[in-house]
Design a protein around this ligand. Structure first.
Ligand SMILES: Cc1cc2nc3c(=O)[nH]c(=O)nc-3n(C[C@H](O)[C@H](O)[C@H](O)COP(=O)(O)OP(=O)(O)OC[C@H]3O[C@@H](n4cnc5c(N)ncnc54)[C@H](O)[C@@H]3O)c2cc1C
Length: 354
């Protein structure tokens, strides 16, 4: 057996790292506080959506995940009261959680095939309990942000989930009553909707307004919502960091998340490979880490500036005046190169005004 490596967190970045290291002959042990894969808190099963460059993932990460990225079809976006049906080439949905059809279970099986060992119900609250050289991949959970003193911001939301026999669909609402946005997606028979914002909990009033719009526009009667609270590494412009003390940081904890719209899936997957490299070659890993987070600072600052402009006037400027051309521009400007590992932002085309 090769050298032993501990990984804390059996999520996307932890498992990608584990697979890569085990394939190189390391003896990998992944510890996770959940009772099972994809069982993280109340979040899953859930549907996430993100722009992806499938080629970069396959070539760089070395794991073919294409079967788990479902092209986002039937996509609608509302900016205030203005709604559009759009095509978004390059935008995909992913199922998370512990169902057989989730990406988490796929990675778990790949990891087991490669010889990775797992221990569940193992919560570690202090990074010093882990051996030097361990990888910490604990996502949006607060304990390791605190223990490693990575400046973080609260992100709060309400989510809704139910089984659905409808085909895949995606919807996003940007509006002035939500700090971030509401989105929902349906994949593999699971509906998952989330309204969320940073810094303070979403008010019941905001949830009610969203609920009313969903009833009016979609005929969707969402009554049961559950509360969600996480941390994101957006409290400091200097946040992305690969090493803290003698530990290697992965995924969202490392800042491999888009600071503008909080897309974290692709960054986590890419980061799994970066941290596997870091075990053998710190300099090379640091070069790759800097490459994938090269637009972080710019987008972090852009987001801060944008936050000072009331959403209503942003919406007016972009959409009421410039119409669908403004919509394309909004996506390109706010998203361009913001997501670690995504070089080509989705091609947005307006198919129809709603
Ligand atoms: C509800 C929700 C919706 C989201 N929607 C989207 C989306 O649509 N698009 C997108 O791109 N991103 C989305 N994200 C963000 C994305 O899920 C994360 O950025 C990504 O999963 C991070 O991957 P990771 O490998 O860093 O951590 P994760 O995949 O979250 O895995 C972390 C693992 O660490 C374990 N863990 C945590 N703390 C400890 C501890 N102290 N001890 C032991 N184990 C621990 C957890 O149980 C978990 O299994 C969403 C996040 C949430 C919560």
């Amino acid at each position: 057996m090769g050298k032993k490596i501990h990984i804390l967190g059996a999520g996307l970045s932890g498992m990608v790292a584990g697979i890569n290291l085990a394939r190189q002959g390391y003896d990998v042990l992944i510890l996770d506080k959940s009772k099972q894969i994809g069982g993280a808190g109340v979040f899953h099963p859930s549907v996430h959506a993100t722009p992806v460059d499938m080629r970069i993932i396959k070539d760089y990460v070395g794991i073919d995940l294409s079967g788990h990225f479902h092209e986002a079809q039937n996509f609608r976006a509302y900016f205030g009261k203005r709604g559009y049906r759009i095509s978004a080439t390059g935008m995909y949905g992913i199922e998370r959680g512990s169902r057989e059809s989730s990406i988490d279970i796929f990675l778990f099986r790949e990891a087991q095939k490669a010889g990775v060992r797992f221990e569940f119900s193992r919560e570690i609250r202090n990074h010093q309990e882990l051996p030097p050289g361990s990888i910490i991949a604990t996502g949006l959970f607060p304990e390791m942000f605190e223990s490693l003193r990575v400046p973080s911001q609260g992100v709060y939301g309400y989510a809704a989930r139910f089984e659905s026999d409808k085909p895949n669909e995606y919807l996003v609402y940007f509006d002035d009553y939500i700090g971030e946005y509401y989105y929902h997606g349906i994949i593999n028979g699971v509906f998952f909707g989330l309204i969320f914002q940073r810094k303070k909990p979403v008010s019941r009033d905001a949830v009610k307004r969203c609920q009313d719009y969903l009833a009016e526009r979609e005929g969707l009667d969402l009554k049961e919502w559950f509360y969600i609270e996480n941390q994101v590494p957006m409290a400091s412009v200097r946040n992305p960091r690969l090493f803290v003390e003698d530990k290697i940081l992965a995924g969202t904890l490392a800042g491999m998340m888009d600071p503008a719209l909080l897309f974290g899936i692709v960054g986590a997957i890419i980061s799994g490979k970066v941290v596997a490299l870091a075990v053998e070659n710190r300099e090379k890993a640091l070069r790759d880490f800097k490459f994938y987070t090269r637009n972080w600072k710019k987008n972090w600052i852009a987001r801060r500036i944008l936050e000072r402009i009331p959403l209503r006037s942003r919406l007016n400027e972009q959409f009421l005046v410039k119409g669908s051309e403004g919509l394309k521009k909004f996506f390109l400007q706010s998203g361009k190169l913001a997501i670690p590992g995504v070089e080509n932002y989705p091609m947005i085309n307006v198919l129809e005004k709603l």
